[in-house]
Design a protein around this ligand. Structure first.
Ligand SMILES: [Zn+2]
Length: 465
């Protein structure tokens, strides 16, 4: 009899170990697994942006969030399908079969086409997708006033070159209608379309209120960045004297249909209110360290009955390799505390990555499994009964993911995708990016000037170090 272990992760079902192939709980192509492999519910990447080309590759070196954002202007123009295909393919190869994709296009006229390209890419790879459609209309480039705030920090010629690129936002009704058009065009049961207000600092009150209403009306989820950087805390405290979370509650924005990303600067009373309203929090520990936002109060949230949390890569994993397993490890280590009792357990981490992640993407991934080369992980272990969750959190990484099954479909085996030729897609994407190099070379000095102006602007803000 083949011996296969099944780890049903805590929080996603009873902990079970099976030793007979016949005991597997679903129609499972057993040729994908070998005796000794570990088969587990697949974790969810609960916040990301679908970057086929990673930010560092076009020169956006890590920096404080606001100073880093101008560097995103150097993202090469590529085919949205190919961009998403590479991003999703890279993720599926790590054994992760579901992702929250916060789309970054700011042109509402292109949204429906781009979103359908992204959905097609997810379908061709075979992963689950939540697609958050961008919504924004406020304070581009700089909080508390928008582009004009940066003018004193730019040369006249740089300002004149930048001024035509100040975004003109479509009316709120047009933006919301585009989301409904994206949802209407979706035919896949593996895709969930959501509202994606980028963050309260980039949304007018009118837009936030319209989204709250539309979400209730259409029963559609919202996914939004909230209180990521310390400068957002300072500015939102000034803009909403009652507190931004209290404000969001007053307009009916907080509900079980909402997930917020980051939440690094949340206060305990805000965590409690979010929990009361059934909101989920998505933590992105690498992004928060790399963009100097800090460490999210995840363990505190657990201790005071705050919102449940999920885990996302946000395009900026620890080794820049989109490895959610390492992200889980980082979160586990950052939130353990210093006392004799861990503030956050292995069970909490798997519950976050699997069960809460599923809520964030509005999916039930009961038929999604990652096959782990567990024998390789425990090759030197002296005991056979060391807790699997601890082994995974201490040693698991993408290279040990040998299979991925999503909704019963074989998506990845031994690192190779079944749906597409990943290397060919990556090389075509690279060729498209290089073809855009002359434009990017021309843009680089201007982008550098905008980053420096942003740095100079926030350097005048008190109380942040
Ligand atoms: Zn993000």
């Amino acid at each position: 009899m083949k011996k296969i272990r099944l780890l049903k992760c805590p929080g996603y079902g009873p902990a079970t170990r099976l030793d007979k192939l016949a005991d597997l709980p679903l129609q499972f192509d057993a040729t994908a697994a070998l005796p000794g492999d570990l088969i587990m519910p697949s974790p969810v990447n609960a916040h990301d942006h679908g970057y086929g080309i990673r930010t560092l590759d076009f020169g956006a070196v890590d920096d404080a969030l606001e100073v880093w954002i101008p560097g995103l202007r150097l993202r090469p123009r590529t085919d949205p399908y190919l961009e998403a295909l590479v991003a999703f393919g890279r993720l599926a190869r790590t054994g992760v079969g579901a992702t929250m994709h916060c789309h970054n296009s700011l042109n509402v006229d292109h949204l429906v086409d781009e979103a359908s390209a992204v959905m097609r890419a997810a379908g061709d790879i075979g992963i689950r997708l939540a697609l958050s459609c961008p919504l924004l209309d406020h304070d581009a480039w700089a909080y508390d006033g928008g582009p004009n705030r940066l003018k004193p920090f730019l040369s006249t010629s740089d300002w004149q070159a930048l001024e035509p690129t100040i975004p003109a936002y479509a009316p709120i009704s047009t933006q919301l209608a585009a989301v409904e058009a994206v949802a209407a065009a979706n035919t896949s049961p593996l895709v969930d379309v959501q509202y994606g207000p980028i963050g309260p600092q980039w949304c007018s009150n009118a837009l936030l209120e319209a989204i709250a209403e539309a979400s209730a009306h259409h029963n559609r989820r919202i996914h939004m960045h909230l209180l990521e950087s310390p400068r957002q805390r300072v500015w939102l405290d000034r803009r909403f004297p009652e507190g931004v979370v209290t404000y969001l509650d007053s307009i009916g924005f907080l509900s079980p249909r909402l997930a917020i990303a980051h939440g690094v600067q949340l206060r305990p009373d805000e965590l409690e209110l979010l929990a009361e309203r059934g909101v989920q929090l998505v933590s992105n520990p690498s992004a928060n360290l790399r963009l100097r936002s800090g460490i999210a109060p995840i363990a505190t949230a657990l201790e005071i009955g705050g919102p449940p949390f999920a885990i996302g890569l946000d395009g900026t994993g620890l080794d820049d390799d989109q490895d959610l397993w390492r992200e889980m490890r980082l979160l586990y280590l950052l939130q353990g505390g210093r006392g004799p009792t861990r503030r956050l357990t292995a069970q909490n981490v798997f519950d976050a990555a699997i069960r809460v992640g599923g809520r964030v993407i509005n999916a039930n991934q009961a038929e999604d499994f990652t096959i782990v080369d567990y024998q390789a992980l425990i090759a030197d272990a002296l005991f056979d009964d060391i807790d699997e969750a601890e082994i995974l959190l201490t040693r698991m990484s993408a290279k040990y993911a040998k299979g991925l099954i999503v909704a019963g479909r074989d998506v990845m085996r031994r690192g190779e995708l079944t749906g597409i030729d990943f290397d060919a897609a990556l090389s075509e994407l690279g060729a498209q990016a290089r073809a855009d190099l002359p434009r990017l070379e021309e843009q680089r000095p201007l982008v550098r000037a905008l980053s420096e102006a942003t740095h100079a602007y926030y350097a005048t803000w008190p109380g942040i170090s």
